[in-house]
Every structure is written in C-alpha cells, then in structure tokens.
Write a protein that binds this ligand. Structure first.
Ligand code: GDP
Length: 613
C-alpha cells in the first residue's frame, strides 16, 4: 500500500492496527509505538491545522484525529482503566463485592460535612466527636486520623456513622476527580444567621453531581437573629425541600457550639441512609477501600488512614495502597487504640507500608507480599513514565514571566512535595484555582508526593522545567546542591497562603524577590548534651559548608522541617567558643530548641539580597 504523504512527509499506513495510548500521551509517545520520528508527526499535525510540539500531552480528540489520518485505530486508555487492567492481570477485581446477595451485610454510612466557610463545619465535626452518644466515652476521640466513627441510638438500636474529618467539598471533589468516592451522605451546614452563600450552592452541586443524598444541618440557632425557617425557604430554590414542607430532605436545627441537637442530626443521617440508600458490603472477603490521609512519621514510618469499603482488614494482611505496599503491622483507631480487624465503613490508621500513599489512592488486600510488591512497582513505574512524558523544559519562578512574554510557554509547571498528603492536596487544589489571567496562562501540577525532595523529584523538575514547591519539607542529603547544579528552582513554604500568593504573583508577573536564601552549611547531630539552664546542645559533625555563630538555622528530621527560624546561639569546639566550624569537624551547637534528636540535621543559611532578573 502506498504511503500517504503529508506535505512531503511519508508515513506508512497503519492499516487499521490498534494502538493503545495512555491518556495525555504525546506525539513522541505515539511515534515510539509506531516507530515513526515524532518530528514527522509534528508535521502531520501541522498539515491537519494544529500546532503541537512533540512532547506536549494531547487531548483524546487530537490523538484520535491523528490516528484516523494515519489509519491507526487509537484506543485512549484512562489511568483508571489501566489500573483495572493491571489488577485484572493478577485476577483481582477492585470495587466489586464478592459473592451474592446473601453475602452482603449492612454497613454504616460514610459522611462528609460541607458548606460555606465559617458556617461551622469544623466546629460540628468537633461536637460530633465529643458526642459519642452510645459508648459515652466523653471526649473519647483523641487522635486526628482523617476520619472517625461514632455510634448513636436510633429506635433502641446502636447505629454507627463514619465521618470524614476534613470539612469542605475540596477533598470530596479531589477524590472524585480520581475516580474514588468515599462519601455516602453529605451533611450540608448552613448558618441560620447567614443563610445560603456561594459555597453552600457549590456544595449542593457537588453532592448532586455525585448522587449523594443531603442532610441539612441548620447551625448557629443560638445566635441572635438566627432564622432557621428562612434557610429552609432559601434551599427550596436549590431543590432541597424539607420534610415538613412535603419534601424528602431532613433539616435539623443545631448549635455546634453549644452542642444542641447533635444527636438529632446523627439520627437524621441514619434515617436518610435507611430511606435513600441500601448500604451493604461483604465483610467476608479480602478488604478493599481508599486512603483518606497519609503522612510519614519518624518513629512509625508511613502512616496511612484507610477507609475499608468492603471486606475485613486484618493485622498481618498484605496490602497495596497506590504505589505503596506492605504487610499491615498494626492498626489504630481514632482513640489511638490498637484494633485487630476493621470491617466495612471503618476508618483505621495502618502502619507498615513501604512509603506514603496519596489521599484517594485505592487499597486492597492481596494474596501475598510478592503480589503486593509487583502491583505497587508497576504503578510506580507507570506514574514515573507518565511524569516523564509530561516533561519538557526549564524555568524559575522569576524568569517564568519573561519566558511567557517571549511567547515560549503558557504553562507554569509545578511539582509539589509536602509533609502530609492532606496538605499537598489542599495546596494543589488551591494553586490550581489561581486565576492566572484568562486562558492564555495556566498552572499545571506535574507531580506531587509526601516526604523529602528526592533526586528523582529534581530530575523530573529539571527535565520538565518545573518549579518544586516544598511544603514543610527539604531536599534529602545533598539534593539541594544537585538542584542548584541542574538549575531547578525550589521554593520552600510552611504556610499555604504564602505559597499561593507567590505563585499568583509569579503568574501575574508581579514577583519581586528581594531576598534569597543562601545555604551556609549543615551539620548532623551525633549526640545530645543536656546543659543545665541552657538546654540541649547538639554534638554534631559539620557535613558541608560552614556553621557560623548567629546564622539562621532550621532543624530537619528525615527531610521534614521540624523547626524553622532558629539561630545558632552557641557554637563550641572542644569547650572553646568558636565563630565558625568547617566541613568535617565536630562541634557543639545550641539553637535554642530542645526537641533535637540524634541524626537530625541542622541546616544554616542567611538571607541575601537578590537582584531582579
Ligand atoms: P467552618 O469554616 O465552616 O469550618 O467554620 P468553623 O467551624 O470554623 O466556625 C466558624 C465560627 O463560627 C467559629 O468561630 C465557631 O466558633 C462559630 N460557630 C460554629 N458553630 C456555631 C454555633 O452553633 N453557634 C455559634 N454561636 N457559633 C458557632
């Protein structure tokens, strides 16, 4: 068959061959698969009237269009499909209960609290935590693990309810965007003194889109001027009609602050669940569910809160969670107590995973550690590949606006690393919401993760020309030097709004960096000396650079910033005061901070004025 010609480029016809490409693939990925130089594909696209670069990630339609032109049948595979196929290759089905009707048993509803800012979502979650009606453990729930379960009595029967302990619809939608749904019922909090507000409407939209029934908590009824009936009237316009007005939505008047009628709200949740949903799961199968929150704990390692959605999770099970895997070493509930088994709708903190999964990752119990490792490694490889595929060039936050003006790029690429998956997601969510001035400019997050900034992060950022955002984390070992060498801009933040402000300023070309942090040196703590009246002194060895008295310092533990804004208050070498100690020498350092531990790193720096470029 004759090769079709596109403005002089000859590409052999695909003859209807099927090519499967991951969603967001680029011309270069496509070229690899059909053994054609991507530059030729760029020309074909030009011929089709579209300007795209070889490494740019393409929308489904473009991939299909190009395939059609070259006589290939393109199948775009979504990440969810890819994952399903991966699990199928191990004969695992995710998301389905095993067995038949007779294997299904009722499970408690899982609830998310949503509503407008300041209407009392957080306060309500606190109040519920303290009103564990049946068990009567006053103030019993002590740990924040991302979700908790309470019990309440309805018609003389003890009923359990699981609450996701992150208020607002952001986490809810972020999970849904990843194809995961944890929530069965939404509690919509509306302050009776304020009425329906923009985020109230947003929350309703999200709950409806997810097909999740709503229970309305009319809050702050203790406030003067509170008008619960007005809230009912307003909400009818959004299709939420109270039972007393002939509708099917439960409205409950409460005061989260004074703890009024919290049990009434819990009862309404149970009744709504009974009336609108048939929540059942098979407890007698391998457990499956979702990660809700995860972080790295120095003592305990990866700590992930998972919500069991079906099956029963047991200590000793081999599990995979996202690209983390391991054997469940221990499980803790919201009271910090050890639990041996977790049944459907039960949130538990799981210890024993190799690394930190992301919120929204699915978890599943598999036959043995080997299978767990294989699935995790394939997921990790796929993610790495996808990240590399999204990569292309190099940029810093300051010169980004310049490149933009030169018309070179219209996307600011970011890689986010943080100390907790919750904060990473919250940050990502907020950064993506920055209005970067119309359609021409956009912000894209090419990667995210929990823990120290690794060599892999820096390589990825370098190849993609992305900026790394470090939220309460630092580079591992000598990685900050590596980043310098590779020209990767790393920005450190410990407050979300600061990160947002700066990125927003960069996007709008308003960033005025006045001071720049310059690393002076770092020292590793080898021994702790307790000095009366002075506090703990860190017996350390200087690992690089120089430690200078009065320099600014921060304390880092496993790549995570434990304390910032410290000062080298005292510096001694063999009982003598020293002004500076160099690389390779031992010294005693006092930073005026007592929670120091062996193997912590003291990093010192100074702020230098930096010219605008
Ligand atoms: P969120 O932004 O929706 O999480 O709102 P918060 O739970 O942080 O509450 C916002 C403010 O309203 C706080 O100062 C609470 O103490 C107050 N608040 C919450 N519930 C009540 C209530 O029932 N009565 C009164 N008087 N104040 C409340």
């Amino acid at each position: 068959m004759q090769a079709p010609s596109f403005g002089g480029v000859k590409i052999p016809s695909g003859n209807g061959q099927v090519i499967r490409l991951p969603r967001g693939a680029s011309l270069s990925d496509f070229g690899d698969r059909i053994d054609v130089n991507p530059a030729s594909l760029v020309q074909v696209m030009m011929h089709l009237g579209e300007m795209v670069t070889a490494t740019q990630s393409l929308p489904d339609e473009t991939l299909l269009l190009l395939g059609e032109e070259l006589k290939y049948r393109i199948e775009v595979v979504s990440p969810e499909d890819e994952d399903r196929e991966l699990l199928e290759s191990f004969s695992i089905e995710f998301g389905e209960d095993d067995g038949g009707e007779e294997d299904l048993f009722p499970r408690p509803p899982v609830v998310t609290v949503m509503g407008h800012v300041d209407h009392g979502k957080t306060r309500l979650l606190d109040a519920i935590r303290n009103t564990n009606v049946v068990s009567g453990e006053a103030g019993g729930i002590t740990q924040h693990i991302g979700a908790y379960q309470v019990a309440t009595e309805v018609d003389g029967e003890e009923r359990k309810i699981t609450f996701i302990d992150t208020p607002g619809h952001e986490a809810f939608t972020a999970m849904r965007a990843r194809g995961a749904q944890a929530t069965d019922i939404a509690v919509l909090v509306v302050a009776a003194d304020d009425g329906v507000k923009p985020q109230t409407a947003e929350a309703i939209d999200h709950a409806k889109a997810a097909d999740v029934p709503i229970v309305v908590a009319v809050n702050k009824i203790d406030v003067e001027g509170a008008d619960p009936q007005k809230v009912r009237a307003q909400l009818t316009e959004y299709g939420l009609v109270a039972e007393e007005y002939g509708g099917d939505v439960q409205f409950v008047d409460i005061s989260a602050k004074q703890g009024i009628n919290i049990d009434g709200l819990l009862e309404a949740v149970v009744l709504t669940s009974d009336a609108a949903l048939d929540l059942r799961a098979n407890p007698n199968q391998d457990a499956q569910g979702l990660a809700i929150e995860a972080f790295l704990d120095r003592g305990r390692g990866s700590t992930a809160t998972v919500l069991v959605q079906r099956g029963t999770l047991r200590v000793g099970d081999s599990i995979v969670c996202g690209d983390a895997y391991g054997r469940v070493r221990a499980m803790l509930d919201e009271n910090g107590s050890n639990v041996e088994v977790a049944e459907p709708s039960r949130p538990v903190q799981v210890l024993g995973l190799t690394n930190v999964p992301s919120a929204g990752d699915n978890f599943l119990v598999v036959k043995d550690d080997r299978v767990a490792r294989q699935i995790a490694q394939q997921r990790e490889a796929r993610e790495r590949f996808a990240q590399q595929a999204r990569s292309s060039r190099r940029v810093t936050m300051e010169n980004w606006q310049k490149t933009l003006e030169e018309g070179e790029r219209n996307e600011l690429l970011l890689l986010i690393k943080g100390d907790m998956s919750g904060s990473v997601e919250a940050l990502e969510e907020s950064l993506l919401k920055i209005d970067a001035g119309g359609d021409e400019v956009s912000i894209r997050v090419i990667g995210r993760g929990v823990g120290a900034i690794t060599q892999n992060d820096i390589n990825l950022a370098a190849s993609a020309e992305a900026i790394i955002i470090g939220f309460n984390v630092r580079p591992e070992g000598k990685n900050s030097e590596l980043a310098d060498r590779m020209g990767v801009d790393i920005r450190y933040y410990s407050v979300i709004y600061q990160a947002i402000d700066e990125v927003e300023a960069a996007v709008k070309g308003l960033l005025k960096p006045i001071y720049e942090e310059v690393q002076l040196g770092s020292a590793e703590i080898r021994e702790i000396f307790r000095v009366p009246r002075i506090g703990n002194i860190a017996g350390s060895i200087v690992r690089d650079g120089v430690i200078r008295r009065n320099a600014k310092a921060r304390l880092i533990r496993d790549g995570v910033v434990i304390s910032d804004n410290l000062t080298v208050e005292s510096l001694r070498r063999f009982k003598e005061d020293a002004t500076e100690v160099r690389d390779g020498f031992e010294c005693g350092i006092g930073v005026g901070y007592n929670d120091i531990r062996v193997e912590d790193v003291i990093e010192t720096y100074e702020m230098r004025e930096k010219p605008r470029d």
